[in-house]
Design a protein. Structure first.
Length: 129
């Protein structure tokens, strides 16, 4: 019985870890308010968090934004089917929203929602690493 419980626990943790692996890496955001960023997604406990590592003007010219180093994807917990729930910070307005993510290969759809998820804005990110 102890082996069965250990095996079930290992399978559960392996599923969560493989779900996180799908999103771990560096992603390019869409242009928002004239700029875009590279965001590195890493495990943060049982969830995934994303931090801005580089910023660029819409034309691709790098610039030193005050948001470099800021965590904008916060505690996204995997649901086991390529989707995540957590919070999203939008640097252009300084607000944090209820967040949702869907990963499909090298594409990531990120949503920030208000009003219990009735009103959402989204971005499509592309994996760069």
């Amino acid at each position: 019985m102890t082996r069965l419980i250990a095996a079930l626990m290992a399978a559960t943790f392996a599923t969560a870890a493989s779900a996180q692996d799908a999103v771990v890496g560096t992603w390019q955001t869409e242009v928002d308010d004239g700029a875009f960023a590279y965001v590195t997604m890493l495990s943060c406990g049982a969830a995934v968090c994303g931090t801005i590592i580089n910023t660029y003007k819409a034309d691709g010219a790098p610039y030193q934004s005050e948001n470099i180093g800021r965590q904008i994807v916060i505690d996204m917990a995997p649901k086991g089917d390529g989707t995540y729930v957590g919070r999203v910070y939008r640097p252009s307005n300084g607000k944090t929203y209820v967040g949702k993510m869907q990963v499909n290969g090298n594409a990531l759809r990120l949503q920030g929602c208000v009003a219990g998820g009735l009103l959402c804005a989204s971005q499509n990110w592309a994996r760069i690493q």
